[in-house]
Design a protein around this ligand. Structure first.
Ligand code: SAM
Length: 315
């Protein structure tokens, strides 16, 4: 099976291209959730960050309930999959918001958001005084977010420090240069990232994090789900057909950007073997637990298709 046809070991992007545009996709889901009558999370910056990005009509269409309703007329399973994806993003955001709330309640004041994309937690969460949030992502992605939010008059609710570097390069050095204190307990987050890294880069990432994490540090990770290849292909074809019928141009094919790498380590196992105490929550179970499961999706019976939300503490 090809790992990825569009990727290379040193590829770069901005907010509209390649992996950068996936940040717009998940921000669109947060924007939709924020406008629900009883939202699980509130991200008041997501909509602006999506509409300003000009990353393609498809992501903006995802904000539009009428488009999703039209999709349902054409292909009910595809529309349910879109609803499921939006609900999933809300559940995932909620899970990791709670993780950070626990971490700061436990006295941690240093936070590192890996591949932060259009994550606006440094602006929207209620951080205690003295908290520093480091955001690592490719330079143009971070620059887009900071410029857009600053032009809108938003300001961070913590000390926010950008670390504009690719996570396949020497990011620990860049993080230290930005002021990171390796002796201080840290809360790390890797959300929406691992699927865009090859298996060996994933291992290296966690090795570096371990080296920078004193006892009592924490980490939260969204793992890469493992959809059966055939099913993934089939759903992709159906989605493309529906999008084409509705005149929505798909600028980025997310599946082509992902490293579907069968040798990828199980994150909870890896952490448990490398100095952390980790537990994993299946994302489908978490969706059900918070009452946000969406019926009618084709992968419902395939537990492996779902990612896990892993949390761990450094021993
Ligand atoms: C799906 S988005 C998730 C963004 C954010 N974590 C969130 O949940 O809203 C993927 C992000 O990973 C970043 N990314 C992927 N691979 C990266 C790498 N090798 N170095 C730096 N950033 C990377 C992309 O730029 C993009 O912002």
């Amino acid at each position: 099976m090809p790992l990825s046809t569009l990727r290379s070991h040193d590829d770069t992007w901005d907010i509209r291209t390649s992996v950068g545009a996936t940040a717009v996709m998940v921000a669109a889901a947060r924007a939709v959730e924020t406008e629900q009558p009883a939202p699980l999370i509130r991200d008041p910056y997501a909509k602006l960050l999506v509409s300003n990005a000009n990353a393609g009509v498809l992501w903006e269409a995802m904000l539009d309930e009428q488009v999703v309703a039209k999709m349902a007329d054409l292909d009910a399973e595809t529309a349910a999959t879109v609803q499921h994806m939006r609900s999933y993003q809300a559940v995932r955001t909620n899970f990791f918001d709670n993780y950070f709330a626990d971490a700061v309640a436990g006295g941690i004041r240093q936070v590192v958001i890996l591949a932060s994309g259009l994550d606006s937690r440094a602006y929207r969460l209620d951080w205690p005084a003295g908290t520093t949030v480091y955001e690592i992502d490719q330079p143009q992605v971070l620059a887009y977010k900071a410029a857009t939010l600053s032009e809108s008059g938003a300001s961070p609710s913590a000390e926010r420090r950008e670390v504009p570097i690719d996570l396949r390069q020497d990011w620990p050095a860049a993080l230290r240069t930005a002021g990171f204190d390796p002796a201080a307990r840290t809360a790390w987050l890797a959300e929406g990232l691992l699927m865009y890294l090859p298996a060996d880069a994933q291992d290296r990432l966690f090795t570096h994090i371990g080296e920078l994490s004193p006892v009592g540090s924490r980490i939260a990770v969204e793992t890469a789900g493992n959809h059966a290849h055939v099913r993934r292909q089939e759903m992709r074809e159906r989605f493309k057909k529906v999008a084409e019928t509705l005149g929505l141009e798909e600028t980025v094919d997310v599946q082509e950007l992902i490293y579907h790498d069968p040798s990828r380590a199980n994150v909870a196992d890896w952490l448990n073997e490398h100095g952390w105490r980790a537990t994993a929550q299946n994302a489908g179970d978490e969706m059900r637990r918070v009452g946000r499961w969406v019926d009618g999706v084709p992968m419902a019976d395939d537990k492996d298709a779902f990612s896990e939300f892993v949390t761990a503490e450094r021993l």
